[in-house]
Design a protein around this ligand. Structure first.
Ligand code: SIN
Ligand code: FE2
Length: 217
């Protein structure tokens, strides 16, 4: 009885796992807000649809992207940058929903970064087979602010490496509602996502959505 009760509690309470100094995995942190997050996401995609951006080298990314917030991360033949406008429409990106911001700020605080003030939210959509190769997030001005990354939908293997590209990444399985916060000594670690395995998520179907909050300026 006690063991059953304990397992029941463990299944609903978010947990905090230290990945490295400055990096935590908050399992299930976004789950209580899933309906609000998904509703807000639908609004955003209505204004700023997902698209496959092109890298400076001319490759179309397997991950489809859009943004919300004052600044959006974009890539094209000209390079990587933050832009206040959606290049597809020349209109500002949709505002960052209060539910997104609140959760990101709370997660950052749990990760040891109080006072996080994100001005950019990149939204990544992975369909089965989509992946993100190892990279550093370094298009931001101020590396004292952390990165807050929320996962929704299908599970994925998150690759969390070191400060050198050659450092062997550790693998973390991220599930619906998990939030990763990394900053401080890990702010510039190489990270990526292994090719998404096929599956069907009860709320989001055959996809994984990742929300990456950053302070760009
Ligand atoms: C990213 O690094 O921009 C995406 C990470 C993820 O999808 O979990
Ligand atoms: Fe990244």
């Amino acid at each position: 009885m006690t063991a059953d009760l304990f397992e029941g509690v463990a299944a609903v309470l978010p947990s905090r796992e230290v990945m490295a100094e400055g990096a935590v995995l908050l399992r299930g942190f976004a789950r209580p807000s899933e309906s609000e997050l998904i509703a807000a996401l639908r609004d955003i995609e209505g204004w700023a649809p997902f698209r496959h951006m092109v890298t400076p080298g001319g490759h179309s990314m397997s991950v489809a992207m859009t943004n919300c917030g004052g600044l959006g991360w974009v890539t094209d033949r000209g390079g990587y940058r933050y832009d206040a406008n959606d290049p597809e429409t020349a209109k500002p990106w949709p505002a960052m929903p209060a539910a997104f911001r609140q959760l990101a700020v709370q997660a950052a605080a749990q990760g040891g970064f109080p006072g996080f003030s994100p001005d950019a939210c990149l939204i990544n959509r992975y369909e089965p087979g989509a992946r993100m190769s190892l990279h550093q997030d370094k298009d931001e001005d101020d590396f004292t602010a952390p990165i807050v990354s929320m996962s929704l939908g299908l599970p994925a293997i998150f690759l969390f490496g070191g400060l050198k590209r050659a450092d062997k990444p550790r693998r973390f399985r991220l599930e619906h509602g998990d939030v990763v916060v990394w900053g401080g000594p890990t702010r510039l670690v190489f990270h990526g996502v292994a090719p998404l395995a096929d599956g069907k998520h009860a709320l989001l179907g055959r996809q994984r959505i990742n929300l990456t909050f950053r302070k760009a300026r």
